[in-house]
Design a protein around this ligand. Sequence first.
Ligand code: GLN
Length: 281
Amino acid sequence: MSTVSELLSQAVAQLKQNESQADDANADAGLLLGHVLQKSSAWLMTWPTKEVSDFDANYFLKLVSKREGGTPLAYLLGEWGFMDFMLKVGPGVLVPRPETELLVELAAERVPQAANWKILDLGTGSGAIATALARLRPNSRIHAIERSQDAADIAQSNFDSLAPSVKLHWGSWFEPLATSDQFEIIVSNPPYIAEYELELEYLTEEPQEALVAAEDGLADIAHIVENSRPHLKESGWLLIEHGYGQGDAAQKLFTDAGFKDVETVLDLNSLPRVTLGRWNP
Ligand code: GLN
């Protein structure tokens, strides 16, 4: 049998073989062993000489090999933090990114606490945005749409445990809506990476349909801007996350479509990340 510290050293040495992950080797090894043993990182530090059963050790080393091969840590842990909660995640969904918290905050700050507004999250994926909005604004009615069945299953399971009031609809963008369905706020983190972007080399494990869009990455943003108009109430807001190089293009799509008060907001890294506008104010 191996001890906690022996297993961690073995894992760190293995993870460092993959250069792109070397910086995270210590943290990843600790999180994976903690996950297998159901213990905190503080426990691992306190008990370096504790023996780990061969069964647990083998499972841990299998996860380490997958991580070394490029599987996102979030998929191996089966859950990932977003805002102040843990979401279930898996190979069918994009792992929630910290910059998407900006989109949630910008949407939430437009909704009065007591208001009973209708809010729509398009392409909800794991359900991160809809869950966060339901928790921040429990008096509002949150709807989420998702096209991928795998993602919809994960989203529904997150709504069941974290935000049971969210209503999930299955389909592509606005398809599941009736013509008369209107919202005070529509939000989306659509795919926005162009097919030729080099960063896709590092994103091979996540669903490409959640990442890549045609027309320089702008096709889905353009579709949403165009088709959201009949589904926005008077003075309703549309907020869309995009790539840091797409701020000007997104603003043009919004203004050409007739949106007012159009603005692009910078994320924590001071990069243009969310464009928003108002319909018929
Ligand atoms: N922000 C993600 C990334 O760059 C992309 C998410 C998206 O396309 N919506 O990894």
